[in-house]
Design a protein around this ligand. Structure first.
Ligand code: 4AD
Ligand code: MG
Length: 455
């Protein structure tokens, strides 16, 4: 007989004479003549309870299992007399699939700290919190594809290995090849050419926007910045829409629509899992999410943002001056204290932004925007792109970028150039927003940070 997933069993519309459940034991309680097993198979947050009578075979199986063991229970699905659950299993058969030594199995019934669980990232998805996290992560990824598919955007796969530095920040990992059979780097380049791991798929996506209209990428990106913050990792996933015939306002509209869509989707589709975060992780989660949905986001020119920060009755660690890049403390002040909702800061000084952003008529700012959200700061960074060849070349010269390296990129401005705009959203930061989890290490299966290359 085929197994039924626990989530489906708990949603049954009537009792069943025969059911097979496979899962991991969360708890085992023995009574006189029978035992209770709480089982979870990862399909949902809720456990199913199995009640098994003490036959000799079942007693032999019970003696081998404790928290963490995997089992197969066969029996009937019956209405549960206990409160809080509609259905339970009356077990007739109990098979041990895999034992878990109680002396060494690290996940016991008590609550473990996030710091401890990071040291066993390979086992933490077996806990309630991380099971919920990774189900939400999966749902969020699907929702992103659905959002774009419904709007007629095409999904483009841009390369991971690249020869160009999109952001021009020099924070790239080098790719080398190994001698066959060796683990020592032979300092070999990519077939004789220097190559890196991509920091962004944007430049490639622009080529496709200027061909297919509306496109997006969604894939892993890499940053070799050695920063140890709760918001930065060396490997993260980024969603990058790019739209032809669009300007900065269209870009901000899309980002706002997308954030609201994703929050709504997760609230509608993951109620149990979100509830866990709202109850146990962040008491402020629901009000924050409702606030995001309620009103239009604030749109604030950078120059006005600087004035607000200068006049704020608050001591910042980094002094505020026109021309500076906003730090997380400034970003959070704007969206958490000043406006109490997401804020788009736009039209930043050109000197702090990459070469591809469109120069404004004032000659000193570019059509850039960052979307700042409560508790996180920057969630989205994007811009209208410089579509005018002469302006782009002048900017590249100013920044000492070599035209030859970008010949293909420049071709898009030579042949049928058009206004276009796009942005990048950090997938993990979006996940932090919808779960209230404060550390990016806790929204990724196996985070890559300066101290973590294990697993
Ligand atoms: O602002 P960033 O660097 O923008 C770009 O890479 C553009 N090329 C995107 C585009 O216009 N297509 O990164 C975009 C977003 C940030 O707002 C942030 O959410 C996330 O990516 N991000 C990181 N997330 C985790 N760890 C890091 N080290 C991140 N760096 C950026
Ligand atoms: Mg940015």
């Amino acid at each position: 007989m085929k197994r039924t997933k626990i989530k489906a069993a708990l949603a049954a519309t009537g009792p069943m004479d025969e059911i097979v459940i496979k899962g991991w034991v969360r708890t085992k309680r023995d009574s006189k003549g029978f035992s209770f097993l709480e089982l979870n198979d990862g399909s949902g947050l809720l456990n199913i309870q199995a009640v098994v009578d003490h036959t000799p075979e079942i007693e032999a199986a019970l003696a081998r299992i404790g928290t963490g063991a995997s089992v197969c229970v066969t029996g009937a699905l019956v209405e549960s007399p206990g409160k809080g659950q509609k259905w339970e299993i009356r077990g007739r058969g109990l098979e041990v699939l895999g034992e878990a030594d109680q002396e060494t199995f690290p996940l016991q019934k008590k609550r473990h700290s996030d710091e401890f669980l990071r040291t066993i990232a390979h086992l933490r998805p077996r806990t309630n919190k991380y099971g919920a996290m990774f189900r939400i992560r999966s749902e969020l990824a699907q929702a992103i594809h659905k959002f774009f598919a419904d709007k007629g955007f095409f999904y483009i796969h841009t390369p991971i290995i690249t020869g160009s530095d999109c952001e021009g920040a020099g924070e790239m990992f080098r790719v080398t090849s190994l001698e066959p059979g060796s683990t020592e780097s032979a300092d070999k380049d990519f077939f004789g050419k220097p190559a890196q791991l991509t920091v962004s798929g944007q430049l490639s996506a622009e080529m496709f926007a200027l061909s297919l209209g509306d496109v997006y990428t969604f894939g892993p990106t890499f940053r070799a910045e050695n920063s140890n913050t709760p918001r930065h990792v060396a490997e993260f996933w980024m969603i990058e829409p790019e739209m032809a015939f669009a300007d900065l306002a269209d870009n901000m509209d899309l980002g706002e629509e997308m954030i609201k869509y994703l929050v709504t989707h997760i609230l509608d589709n993951c109620p149990d899992d979100v509830d866990l975060f709202a109850k146990w992780v962040d008491k402020d989660l629901m009000p924050t999410l409702e606030n995001i949905l309620k009103e239009p986001f604030k749109r604030l020119p950078y120059t006005e943002a600087i004035d607000i920060l200068k006049n704020a009755k608050k001591e910042f660690e980094y002094p505020v001056e026109w021309g500076m890049d906003l730090q997380t403390e400034h970003e959070r002040f704007l969206c958490e204290e000043q406006f109490k909702k997401p804020v788009y800061v736009h039209d930043y000084p050109k000197v702090i932004k990459p070469f591809y952003m469109r120069l404004n008529d004032d000659g000193r700012t570019v059509a850039a925007m960052d979307c700042l959200v409560p508790r996180i700061g920057e969630l989205i960074g994007g811009s209208q792109r410089e579509e005018r060849l002469d302006m782009l070349l002048a900017r590249m010269q100013e920044m000492r970028l070599h035209e030859e390296d970008y010949w293909w990129y420049l071709d898009s401005r030579r042949f049928g150039t058009a206004p276009h705009a796009g942005f990048g959203m950090g997938f993990e930061r979006m996940l932090m927003l919808v779960t209230g989890v404060a550390n990016i290490r806790d929204v990724m299966p196996f985070p890559r940070t300066p101290n973590s290359l294990e697993f």
